[in-house]
Ligand binder design. Structure first.
Ligand code: ADE
Length: 233
């Protein structure tokens, strides 16, 4: 087993880089990959950058260059569900792109043309481990399992938020998860997305995001650390 851990921003991977024993650091396509161990587990941690293209690319590099067997995505997200508050954690059941629309040609909304897929399903074993990790490592927050939606847009308007929520029946919105999911699907490796909520994806978002981004990101990374420390071959 070798686990690739992807975060978009420094703040999402900094804690993991601090606690892992780094044996090697390599730059590929302007992304820095840190190889090493968390506990007994071989891991590769990468800050991929914000957005779908670099997120997908990072999975390909993790597969081709580092031969990872599983992929985890850690980070923050905007909540689409009034019950899911800042600080709570969403573990993906599956992921969908909210900004993919080829309905003109008869595809379903969100369907990736020529792939025949709208939803990319997360691995059930990784989901179970992630949920247990939140319950044990962060009992003070609520953990929700549900759909994650992804696009190259920061969502901070109620109308757009409600459209995404109603169209895709999703729990949170972010900017990398489904790209990681699609690339994992194409490479036949299991994935899960674990996101701590930094904001509610509405007009209050920018203030909330700036206040909670750091806390939520480190919190999520600590959950991933706990999860990896308790993973066995
Ligand atoms: N990541 C965290 N909050 C987000 C939001 N509101 N929209 C997109 N990505 C996010």
């Amino acid at each position: 087993m070798k686990i690739g851990i992807i975060g978009a921003m420094d703040v999402e991977v900094a804690h993991l880089k601090e606690v892992m024993q780094i044996t090697n650091t390599t730059t590929v396509a302007k992304q820095e990959y840190c190889e090493g161990k968390i506990g007994e587990m071989d891991v590769v941690v990468v800050k991929c950058g914000v957005g779908k293209v670099r997120a997908g690319m990072s999975v390909q590099v993790l597969c081709d260059v580092f031969h990872v067997t599983h992929v985890l995505n850690t980070g923050v997200a905007g909540s689409l569900n009034n019950d899911i508050n800042v600080g709570d954690v969403v573990v993906s059941t599956d992921a969908v792109f909210h900004d993919v629309n080829a309905t003109n040609f008869g595809y379903a909304i969100g369907e990736v043309p020529s792939l025949g897929k709208v939803f990319f399903e997360s691995d059930t074993y990784l989901r179970k481990l992630a949920k247990e990790a939140v319950e044990k490592a962060a009992p003070e927050v609520s953990v929700y399992e549900g759909r994650v939606t992804t696009g190259d847009q920061f969502i901070c308007e109620k109308d757009k938020k409600n459209w995404i929520k109603d169209t895709f029946n999703a729990e949170c919105v972010e900017m990398e998860g489904c790209a990681i999911a699609e690339a994992a699907y194409l490479n036949d490796i299991p994935f899960v997305i674990i996101r701590a909520i930094s904001d509610k994806a509405d007009e209050e978002t920018v203030v909330s995001y700036e206040e909670f981004e750091g806390k939520a990101a480190v919190h999520c990374a600590k959950i991933v650390e706990y999860m990896i420390s308790n993973m066995h071959e």
